[in-house]
Design a protein around this ligand. Structure first.
Ligand code: FAD
Length: 384
C-alpha cells in the first residue's frame, strides 16, 4: 500500500464511493479509499430498501434530494449505466389532524424548494391509486410522483469504478485501526496493512463513524440502530408501478420489489447495537401491521428477512464537514436511514468543502458536528 496520500476516505459504502468519485472528478490529487471488508457496499448500503424521495421537512434535506434524485434519474446519461430508478411515487398515509397539519406545511416547503409536483391527497384519491390498501382511519396523504426506488449497489459500484478510472485507489480488506494527529491536525492513518501519511481524512464509516472519531478523541453522536425488512413471494394484484406506501404513524412501508413486495417498519424501541440478527418478535409485529394495511398479503409467503443498521444522529440529519477541533478530519456520515438517496449530493458537498472551503452547490453548513454541542439541532419530521 502506498505510504502517502493527499486525501484518505474511510469506508466503502455509498458515501465513501461518492466522495471518492467527486474528489477524483476534480483531480484532487492522490486519493485513497479504505474499506475493511472484501467488497464495497457491505455495510448499510448493502442492506437498504432503495427508497428515494423529495418529501422531507427541512430545506437542506429537500435540496440534497433535488440534486441527488436528478443524478439518480439521469444515471444512464451521466455514467452509461442505469441506476434502475423507478418513479413509483411515495405515498404517506396520514391518520391524525396533527399529521395532516405537519404534512401540509411540509408540502408548502417542498414546493417552495422546487418540488412542484408534490400534492396532498384526500382519502378517495388515495383509494383510487392504492385500491388494495386498507384505508381505515386514514384522513389524507402526501404524494410525490418522482419519489420511488433505485439500486444502491449499482450507484455505489459505479461511483467507485469512475473514481478508479479517474485515478483514485480503492483498498479493500484494509481496516483502519488508528489515526495520528500532529499539532491539532490529521497526520497519519494506521491500518492492518500499514500506515498512510496524509493531511486529510474523510470519515464515511456509516454506523461505525463514532469509532473512527474516537481515534482522534472526537465525540461523534452517531449510533448503529438495527432496522429490518422482509420480502414476499409474488402478489399479482399489486402492479409493479404501485406507489411506495408509508403509514407515517407506525413507519410501516411497502413497495413492489420483484417478484413480490418489500415490507419494512422501524422498531421504535430498538436500542443501539451492531447486531444483524432478526428480531422475530418484532418481525411478527411488522407482519401483523402489514396484514392490517394490506390484507391480501395473507396469500403471500415471506421469502427473505434482512436486518441492517441505521446510522442515527440525535436530529436525524447527517454530519458533514470538517471538525473544528481536528483540522483535516472531515465527516460524511450519520444519514439516519436515508443516506443512499442523498449520496450523490453529499459526495459533491464534501468535495466542495475540501477543495473550495465551503459547499457551494448546496448549503450544508448547518450540518457541522458542533451543532450538537452548541444546541443547534435541526428538526426533521419525515424520518421514520
Ligand atoms: C434496513 C435499512 C433500510 C434502509 N432504507 C433506505 C432507503 O430506502 N433509502 C435510503 O436512502 N437509505 C436507506 N437506508 C439507509 C442507507 O442504507 C444508509 O444511510 C447508507 O447506506 C449509509 O451509507 P454509508 O456509506 O454512510 O455507510 P455504510 O454503507 O455502512 O458504509 C460504511 C463502510 O465503512 C466501513 N468501515 C467501518 N469501519 C471501518 C474501518 N475501521 N476501516 C475500514 N472500513 C470501515 C464499513 O465496512 C462499511 O462498508 C436504509 C438502511 C437500512 C439499514
Amino acid at each position: 500500500m502506498q505510504a502517502t496520500a493527499d486525501i484518505v476516505i474511510i469506508g466503502g459504502g455509498c458515501m465513501g464511493a461518492s466522495v471518492a468519485y467527486h474528489l477524483a472528478a476534480r483531480r484532487a490529487g492522490n486519493i485513497v479509499l479504505l474499506e475493511r471488508e472484501k467488497f464495497l457496499a457491505m455495510g448499510s448500503t448493502g442492506r437498504n430498501a432503495g427508497g428515494v424521495r423529495h418529501q422531507f421537512s427541512t430545506p437542506v434535506n429537500i435540496q440534497l434530494s433535488n440534486y441527488s434524485l436528478d443524478v439518480i434519474r439521469r444515471f444512464q446519461e451521466i455514467f452509461g449505466v442505469s441506476a434502475d430508478y423507478r418513479p413509483l411515487g411515495y405515498l404517506f398515509l396520514l391518520s391524525s389532524p396533527r399529521e395532516i397539519e405537519i404534512f401540509k406545511k411540509n408540502i408548502a416547503l417542498q414546493k417552495a424548494f422546487g418540488v412542484s409536483d408534490v400534492e396532498f391527497l384526500e382519502p378517495a384519491e388515495i383509494a383510487r391509486r392504492a385500491p388494495r390498501v386498507n384505508l381505515e382511519g386514514v384522513l389524507g396523504g402526501s404524494f410525490c410522483p418522482r419519489d420511488g426506488v433505485a439500486d444502491p449497489n449499482t450507484v455505489t459500484q459505479t461511483f467507485a469504478k469512475r473514481a478508479r478510472e479517474l485515478g483514485a485507489r480503492i483498498e479493500t480488506e484494509t481496516d483502519v485501526i488508528g489515526i495520528e494527529t500532529a499539532n491539532g491536525r490529521v497526520a497519519k492513518i494506521k491500518t492492518n496493512r500499514g500506515a498512510i501519511a496524509t493531511r486529510a481524512v474523510v470519515n464515511c464509516a456509516g454506523p461505525w463513524a463514532a469509532k473512527i472519531g474516537a481515534y482522534v478523541d472526537l465525540e461523534i453522536p452517531i449510533v448503529p440502530l438495527r432496522r429490518q425488512f422482509f420480502n414476499t413471494s409474488a402478489v399479482p394484484e399489486i402492479p409493479r408501478d404501485h406507489p411506495f406506501v408509508i403509514e407515517f404513524a407506525t413507519s410501516l412501508y411497502f413497495h413492489p420489489d420483484a417478484p413480490g413486495l418489500l415490507v419494512g417498519m422501524s422498531n421504535r424501541h430498538e436500542t443501539p447495537g451492531e447486531t444483524y440478527a432478526i428480531d422475530e418478535t418484532f418481525h411478527l409485529q411488522m407482519l401483523e401491521r402489514a396484514l392490517y394495511r394490506l390484507p391480501l398479503l395473507e396469500n403471500a409467503r415471506v421469502t427473505r428477512q434482512l436486518a441492517g443498521l441505521y446510522e442515527a444522529t440525535p436530529d436525524a440529519h447527517p454530519i458533514l464537514g470538517e471538525a473544528r477541533a481536528v483540522r483535516g478530519f472531515y465527516n460524511c456520515a450519520g444519514f439516519s436511514g436515508h443516506g443512499f438517496q442523498h449520496s450523490p449530493g453529499a459526495g459533491l458537498a464534501l468535495s466542495e468543502i475540501i477543495l473550495d472551503g465551503a459547499s457551494k452547490t448546496i448549503d450544508v453548513s448547518m450540518l457541522d458536528l458542533e451543532r450538537f454541542r452548541e444546541g443547534r439541532p435541526i428538526l426533521e419530521h419525515n424520518v421514520v
